[in-house]
Write a new protein. Sequence first.
Length: 398
Amino acid sequence: MSTEAPQAALDGVVVLDFTQVYMGPSATQMLADHGAEVVKVERPVHGDLSRNSLPDPAGQDNPIFISINRNKRSVTIDTRTEAGRAVVLDLVRRSDVVVSNFRSGVMERMGFGYEALKEVNPRIIWASGTGFGDSGPYAHKGGQDVIAQAYSGVMWRRSDESVPLSVYPTTLADYTTGMHLCQGILLALIARDRTGEGQKVQVNMYDSMLHMQMQEAATQLNRGHEVNWAAMPLSGVFPTTDGAVCMVGAFKENPLRDISKALELDEDLSTRPGWDTLEGQFEHKPELQALFRARFATQPTAHWVERLEEQDILCAPVRSLAEALADEQTAVNQMITEMEHPHTGTVRVLNSPLRLSATPSSTRRPAPMLGEHNAEVLRELGHDEDAVAAAVRDGVIR
């Protein structure tokens, strides 16, 4: 029986990665987890912005950075120099994919736009993630998660108008757009297998946030009103004596009847006049929600989860991230992985959520230290030791 490690899905794919912060690095880490060789091009001295986004004892090797940059190698190239640009173009010649998430036009001004790189490598897949795209009234704006939430309508949508407008606390736009960027790259790789030609792949946060609202947008465009799943009359988040329960009263013939049983009410609320239809439940939503809140407040979370599940009502305790990470399901799903980092020691991060039976993901190396692989990558490009030393001396890599 073979003892060799299973081949990864993207073995042999080489990615030149100009991305930073979250959207781009999340995409390239997904590629790297599944076997792609990713060379991360960083600014000399400062590196990826996420190396310095929050104060941390580990400095540039902080948890924010290491969470989305494993399985990559780091080179710090001064692309303002002719020698530095030549190194980048050498890397392009041996790459399958070039990825960036700068503002629209930045790669072109650097001399690394699609048309320029296609001349160097006709098979190159040039992938870009921006805030709003490369044309239109907002194309000049920087892409940032919270700004995308605001522009796209996501931030405006909440369970009730009385709820204050606020920022969604997880980087929703960054992650969603990063996964769209990853999808686009994979589709372009499949197409290149057929045609032999590379292509340009473009995604942006604005489109990704709009696309996330497909159902709501179709209803707005065709019926003139907006669906709000958080405002459904039989759903909500309800405080208990020791926490809170999230309940979704849907996907059943008569969910209100079953909720009444679960909450141990003296009556079946669905038998009240006008309360037996969704339209009527919307009309009486304030009364329904008040009844739910009063009842949930009398018992602990575990009690109500058990009672709701007995009636096959979708529900869950509202937990902190720390509680979710410590959950047995998280361990069973192998969602936490460990890496040995040369600077910070053992670090724990989230694993790839993709499960491929024949070509699984793997953690082959920790997130790189800034410029850790400068000499190694130059040698692979054919530079001898004298040339590597000269590149360091001249500030081409530093």
